[in-house]
Design a protein around this ligand. Structure first.
Ligand code: FES
Length: 130
């Protein structure tokens, strides 16, 4: 599977320090095929990763409490509803009732900042300036 590109336009997501190893996810909003959806970013084995927050079993968010997407071991991303498990580095399904992997969102990290990268399918939401 091709890795998502990090050469496309990017948008500030959070400070590097907000993503701690196998800990709380940082949520952010994206437009996925024109629909506003929640994404989340985590740090795992030192690297930052982000996915659409949409289980592949039933298209609902994974969290069992806001931002809690790791299982108790901190080794797997786990859906709270029926226990589908995903490998944090790729989003691949590794157990439970998932059908395929999570939708990966490309990230880059430099100078203490994490940014997410747009793609054909993933766009920023418009900010209202009212
Ligand atoms: S909705 Fe995620 S495992 Fe069923």
């Amino acid at each position: 599977m091709a890795e998502p590109s990090t050469t496309t336009p990017s948008i500030h997501l959070c400070a590097s320090g907000e993503l701690r190893e196998s800990a709380q996810a940082v949520p952010f909003d994206v437009k996925y095929y024109g629909q506003v959806c929640r994404g989340f970013a985590v740090r795992f084995q030192g690297e930052v990763h982000a996915y659409l927050n949409r289980c592949t079993h039933v298209p609902i968010e994974l969290d069992y409490q806001p931002g809690r997407v790791f299982d108790a071991s901190g080794q797997w991303l786990m859906c709270a509803t029926h226990g589908a498990s995903y490998w944090p580095k790729t989003g691949d399904c590794v157990g439970g009732p998932c059908r395929g992997g999570l939708v990966k969102i490309a990230l880059s990290e430099s100078a203490g900042e994490v940014r997410w990268h747009t793609s054909e399918k993933l766009k920023p939401i418009e900010i209202s300036h009212e």
